[in-house]
Design a protein around this ligand. Structure first.
Ligand SMILES: C[S@@+](CC[C@H](N)C(=O)[O-])C[C@H]1O[C@@H](n2cnc3c(N)ncnc32)[C@H](O)[C@@H]1O
Length: 335
């Protein structure tokens, strides 16, 4: 088998999602691929669709309400069955739970994943040059393992299940710490020292969980919010608070260039994009991390339009994903 070449193309695609987002994911896929992809199988946080015509190897189910997407290649109950079902060589095996709470996966559940990972690793040879990653999704002990394949790409999450093994520390100023850390892991910016000395501007920074995460990584952070910042963030020598709104932000208060532009403002996405576009024109960020609040059905339906709008001025490719720590929102990044 040549590296990365599929012996037989699968007929089904799968997606995992955040708890409670199954219906939004189903609507999103129906809006984009309805008539071609038909819903086939649905469990909490895992769905599949059958394609009416052959899938191409380079097809990517690009859905903002999905955590991991790929081709569905069946079920297995043992490492040997996994080996028999493989349509292509893989470079990595990701084993992760189907059901994930918003605050992360407890260590005993990861231990169960690691046990299955070890069994499969012992039976399945890897091909480092293959673009394919095997996803093994575990439900209850009684359920067979669900198998998927996804292609590594700039928008795919490097961690199994889009789940870096981090949990919210008790001392974090807000849950936004976890959202920020999950987004950095997705962008591959979470390596120690990677962001040290870089600067960030966050619109909607109070009380400061995200800023706290970035300061701990050695960044210089400017936070824009009329709300009060956590005193520990405020006292940090690398933090500057501009106590104003994004619309009133004076250009003179900003450096000429910012590495990372963030928005976590609880405003409608259309307004967020207007502020971000105006700012991005003169601070030329290398990376964007925007949390877009999806507070009603209208905003959900307009999400593809917002992403198109963002693509006009974003610094690089744009990807949207609902991270497990997101609530009624999706994280949109550009890199
Ligand atoms: C979800 S909270 C942000 C949490 C924050 N990122 C953290 O790390 O703790 C949303 C924030 O957006 C702020 N906000 C809303 N409209 C804004 C605007 N026009 N300009 C700046 N901040 C705004 C609110 O004051 C609120 O603090």
């Amino acid at each position: 088998m040549a590296s990365g070449q599929m012996q037989k193309m699968p007929e089904f695609v799968f997606a995992t999602c955040r708890a409670g987002s199954e219906a939004a994911l189903k609507r999103e896929v129906a809006a984009r691929h309805g008539g071609w992809l038909t819903p086939a199988f649905m469990r909490p946080q895992l769905m599949t669709w059958k394609a009416r015509s052959p899938l191409r190897e380079d097809f990517v189910l690009d859905a903002a309400f999905a955590a991991v997407t790929g081709f569905s290649i069946g079920m297995a109950r043992s490492a040997q069955e996994v080996v028999e079902k493989m349509p292509a060589q893989v470079s990595a095996v990701h084993v992760f739970p189907r059901v994930v709470e918003e605050d992360g996966v407890p260590p005993e559940e990861w231990a169960r994943m690691d046990e299955v990972h070890a069994q499969i690793s012992a039976a399945l040879p890897r091909e480092p040059t293959s673009p394919w990653v095997l996803d093994v999704i575990l439900g209850t002990e009684a359920e067979p393992w669900f198998l998927g394949l996804h292609r590594r790409g700039p928008g795919s999450h490097p961690h199994p299940g889009a789940l870096p093994r981090i949990t919210l520390p008790a001392e974090a100023p807000s849950r936004a710490w976890l959202k920020m850390e999950q987004a950095l892991a997705w962008l591959g910016l979470d390596a120690p020292g990677r962001l040290a000395g870089c600067n960030a501007l966050e619109l909607g920074s109070a009380p400061g969980g995200a800023s706290w995460a970035l300061l701990q990584r050695g960044m210089k952070v400017i936070g824009v919010d009329t709300g009060a910042m956590d005193p520990r963030v405020l006292a940090h020598p690398n933090f500057k608070h501009l106590r104003t709104t994004a619309g009133d932000l004076p250009r003179a208060a900003l450096p000429a260039q910012i590495d990372l532009l963030i928005s976590d403002m609880n405003l409608r996405p259309g307004l967020v994009l207007r502020y971000v576009e105006r700012l991005a024109a003169f601070i030329q960020p290398r990376w964007l991390i925007l949390t877009l609040k999806i507070n009603d059905a209208d905003v959900e339906a307009y999400l593809p339009t917002f992403l198109q709008q963002l693509r006009r001025f974003a610094p690089g490719e744009v990807f949207a994903r609902q991270l497990h720590a997101n609530r009624r929102e999706v994280t949109v990044v550009s890199l």
